[in-house]
Design a protein around this ligand. Structure first.
Ligand code: NAD
Length: 416
């Protein structure tokens, strides 16, 4: 992650703040500050040139008081166990804030899939499941895709797990293709959830978002769908987008579909016709209505938060805002839709996928959209109720909702 901030320390500080406001039972607080279980694995993989490379991988089950752990598997050359722990903690809050009966987990492998052949990636996926297979199950811990992993990786992992289990087990992993028990509507669910939450925020703020300008940092899975959906559902115009190679800006707006197609064929948004080049840093400070960080964590910091001109920040990425930046944004009246609420659409539809797998009956896409809207919109208003009750910012309010729910489950179970 950027500028050497430890994501897990950030997650703990965010919890500490909520615990102080709630006057949380010290035992509940202590249990929520650390993961329940953390597995480190060494994964030998035969590479195409005949050599064997040993990769390091992790699976963290942060808390499963409300149901099986749930969370993605990231492939990243700079992955660390602290990032995985932070993401697992945020998954715990995320499943709780949208009130689905799952806990929080996360996995990661230190690798660069961009430098690996498909065969090497397949062997890595299978070997990872061979290592963590006894640690996960549909009733225990259910992984999903995340940064640099996709439906193909999930398919190989599901197949490997099914071999270990001795039967077809689609409920072991979500984010699968439809042909293997994936859910309709999963592809754009993270972005769609963010757009539905932004729609509720506009109602709360009494803002008309038709024609509102949107800047998206990170034009990957979440970011590119966000562009299309902000345009088609809310009538916004996408004026800026970026990826690792840089960004593009056109104050008159860019056609979201054309931009997505351009990104697909050129592997970057850079050079999109009619737009001028900007840096990722400049994108964050643009004079827009809605800023959507959809890349990696730690991009809004104390050094640039004061320069954010957007009135709504919809955090599709996990952990894009540092605690210092959070305070500055709140003080400046920026309405932040915190990551574990704004990007909870993905896990909500993952939950729907798991439910459909478990009872072997599948829903139409419209039904998935409607159920997602109901869940995530209710979550927004639950957060607003806490915001008003305790006079706190949205992230703190979301923590209050989630920590209360997880704490209550742990108490009923007799853990504390
Ligand atoms: P992705 O790999 O599809 O896309 C990431 C994008 O960010 C890529 O376009 C990449 O070029 C860009 N990027 C990476 N580093 C960057 C940087 N420093 N500056 C600008 N752009 C950069 O990943 P994704 O699935 O879209 O996930 C993006 C974020 O959303 C992550 O934080 C992830 O944890 C979070 N998220 C994703 C989902 C999901 O369902 N995909 C769900 C919840 C949260």
């Amino acid at each position: 992650m950027s500028n050497k901030l430890n994501a897990f320390e950030i997650a703990q500080r965010q919890l500490d703040k909520a615990a102080a406001i709630l006057n949380l039972d010290p035992a509940v607080h202590a249990l929520l500050r650390e993961p329940l279980r953390e597995l480190h694995v060494s994964i030998p993989v035969k590479m195409d040139d005949g050599s064997v490379k040993v990769f390091q991988g992790f699976r963290v089950q942060y808390n499963d008081a409300r149901g099986p752990a749930k969370g993605g598997i990231r492939f990243h050359p700079e992955e660390t166990v602290d990032t995985v722990k932070a993401l697992a903690a945020w998954m715990t809050w995320k499943t709780a804030v949208v009130d689905i009966p799952l806990g929080g987990g996360k996995g990661g492998i230190i690798c660069n899939p961009k430098e690996m052949s498909l065969g090497e990636q397949e062997r890595l996926c299978r070997a990872y499941i061979d290592r963590v297979g006894r640690f996960i199950a549909p009733e225990i811990d259910v992984p999903a895709p995340d940064v640099y992993t996709n439906g193909q990786h999930m398919s190989w992992m599901m197949d490997e797990y099914s071999k270990l289990a001795g039967h077809y087990s689609p409920g072991i992993i979500t984010g699968k293709p439809i042909a293997l028990g994936g859910s309709a509507g999963r592809g754009d669910a993270t972005a769609r959830g963010g757009v539905y939450v932004t729609r509720q925020a506009a109602k709360y703020l009494k803002k008309d978002l038709k024609g509102a300008s949107v800047a998206i940092q990170g034009f990957g899975n979440a970011g590119s769908f966000a562009a299309t959906l902000f345009e088609s559902i809310l009538g916004c115009k996408v004026v800026a987008a970026s990826d690792t190679k840089g960004g593009v800006y056109n104050p008159d707006g860019m056609d979201a579909k054309a931009l997505s197609e351009y990104k697909l064929s050129n592997k970057t948004v850079v050079g999109f016709p009619g737009a001028k080049a900007i840096t990722n840093e400049e994108l964050l400070e643009l004079d827009v209505d809605i800023l959507v960080p959809a890349a990696l964590e730690g991009v809004l910091t104390k050094d640039n938060a004061d320069k954010v001109k957007a009135s709504i920040v919809c955090e599709l990425a996990n952990g894009p805002t540092t605690p210092e930046a959070d305070e500055i944004l709140h003080k400046n009246g920026v309405f932040v839709l915190p990551d574990f609420l704004a990007n909870a659409g993905g896990v909500t539809v993952s939950y729907f996928e798991w439910v459909q797998n478990n009872y072997g009956y599948y829903w139409e896409e419209d039904e998935v959209h409607e159920k997602l809207d109901t869940k995530i919109s209710k979550a927004f208003w639950d957060v607003v109720a806490m915001r008003e009750k305790y006079n706190v910012d949205n992230r703190t309010a979301a923590y209050l909702v989630s920590v209360n729910r997880v704490g209550e489950a742990m108490k009923w179970r007799g853990w504390v």
